[in-house]
Design a protein around this ligand. Structure first.
Ligand SMILES: *Cc1c(COP(=O)(O)O)cnc(C)c1O
Length: 429
């Protein structure tokens, strides 16, 4: 890649949450293999991000690649209206068999945000069909559910997105985030603040949406499973639907198959994405119970009102099928447990660092929360110079490596974070 290309990129191409006038630097990656990203100049970076929770099997996995080749020779895409195809049928069969019993009606869409839109629309149509005026979704402060409008409207209200689009966003109600962290002792008083809200407003609430256990973008918090259990109970008590957004946490990342499993609860609607295809293609799934799907189908419209052009894209389904095959014999569990052990022992000493506020690990997620904001472009350059790909945000440095990462590579990621903390220029003081 030429300098010219990088200049073009800088001038003409938006990157996620990046200024068009003062963009952060971008690094040119030409290939990726296993747990490594390979830059134009041949440098190899150890990947600590799994391309945002997605590439759990690493990159260029021969089995997923083969599945894509096979599918591409059959067909890459065909409309899903009035047509069905083997990769979609196989995928939905698989999902139904590996997800909580009863979640048996599957809506395949193109991205996580759309899965959330679909879940919200399902909840609204469900209550419409039941003849009740329920237009609110109850969400958690510091939550993140995606960047489209419905998803933004259930994201943290203090987040800049709400300020910016306020007059255009539907308004929802928000619960305070659970004060008890994962692993702390639960006290009954922790429930008082939010049970009142259910009591007061339940007649207007169509659904509760939450990221089970792990709040990602909202601050990489791990909260107490009892909170999730209580919300499930209150939803049962007041007949409110519970939507679990497992887009980041699904498929083993937190040490359980679903983060909901930490609390032994089953949601009424489940959103999956990110690692669904092993990070190869964009695809999401929203699963629900038959009685909910049937009620929706009795609404005024007579059907669920959604149908994206690339619904159930066969290539994406083929990638997902291959990825799920790789997860089949539970080998992910051993990988995630091993990563958890190394993250815990490797990162623990950083909690003594004067600029570190907290260090926490859950499954294959390791978080170093700093007291001060991070200078992202500076620390990013430092990481790349030291051969790793880690992308912090705000005051959070975190690792979500591919499950297949070696112990040695993981240790390099950890040691490099540790080194970065001792470079004052990596932080904004
Ligand atoms: C990433 C994410 C989304 C949005 O998924 P996209 O594929 O980026 O649209 C929604 N919810 C959670 C919890 C996520 O982590």
């Amino acid at each position: 890649m030429k300098d010219d290309d990088l200049n073009f990129d800088k001038r003409h191409i938006w990157h996620p949450y990046t200024s068009m006038t003062h963009p952060l630097p971008t690094y040119p990656v030409v290939s990726a293999d296993g747990y490594e990203l390979i830059l134009t100049d041949g440098r190899r970076l150890i990947d600590g991000m799994s391309s945002w929770w997605a590439a759990i099997h690493g990159y260029n996995h021969p089995m997923i690649n083969q599945a894509l080749h096979t599918q591409i020779n059959q067909m890459s895409h065909v409309m899903f209206g009035g047509i069905t195809h083997p990769p979609a049928i196989e995928l939905c069969r698989r999902l139904i068999s590996i997800m909580p019993v009863g979640l048996e009606c599957v809506f395949l869409a193109d991205s996580g945000s759309v899965a959330v839109e679909v879940a919200i629309k399902m909840a609204l149509q469900y209550w419409q069909a039941r003849g009740e005026q329920r237009f609110e979704i109850l969400a958690l402060r510091q939550s993140y559910h995606g960047d489209t409008y419905g998803a933004m409207a259930v994201g943290d209200p203090k987040n800049s997105m709400h300020d910016m689009y306020q007059n255009y966003l539907p308004s929802n109600r928000f619960l305070h985030i659970p004060t008890r962290r994962f692993g702390e002792n639960w006290s009954k008083n922790d429930a008082l603040s939010f049970s009142q809200l259910f009591f007061d407003h339940h007649k207007k609430i169509a659904a509760v949406i939450m990221e089970p256990i792990v709040q990602g973008v909202g601050g990489m918090h791990f909260y107490h499973p009892e909170y999730l259990r209580l919300i499930r109970m209150l939803c049962n008590q007041y007949d409110i639907l519970l939507i679990a957004d497992e887009i980041a946490t699904g498929f083993g990342r937190t040490g359980k198959w679903l983060a909901c499993n930490h609390a032994d609860i089953i949601p009424d609607i489940l959103c999956l994405g990110k690692a669904l295809t092993g990070g190869m293609m964009t695809l999401s799934a929203t699963l629900t119970f038959r009685h909910i799907a049937e009620t929706i189908s009795q609404s005024k419209a007579g059907c669920f009102m959604h149908g994206p052009t690339f619904m159930a894209n066969p290539l994406a389904c083929a990638a997902a099928n291959a990825s799920l095959s790789l997860l089949k014999d539970n080998s992910w569990r051993q990988c995630v447990e091993t990563i958890a052990v190394h993250l815990s022992s490797g990162l623990a000493h950083l909690s003594l660092h004067p600029n570190v506020k907290d260090v926490r690990v859950l499954g294959a997620i390791g978080v170093v929360e700093m007291i001060q904001e991070i200078n992202i472009s500076q620390i990013q350059r430092w990481f790349v110079e030291h051969g790793v790909w880690i992308r912090p945000f705000r005051n959070l440095i975190y690792l979500i490596p591919p499950y297949i990462i070696s112990k040695e590579a993981l240790m390099i990621l950890i040691d490099t974070i540790s080194g970065a903390l001792n470079q004052p220029e990596n932080f904004i003081s």
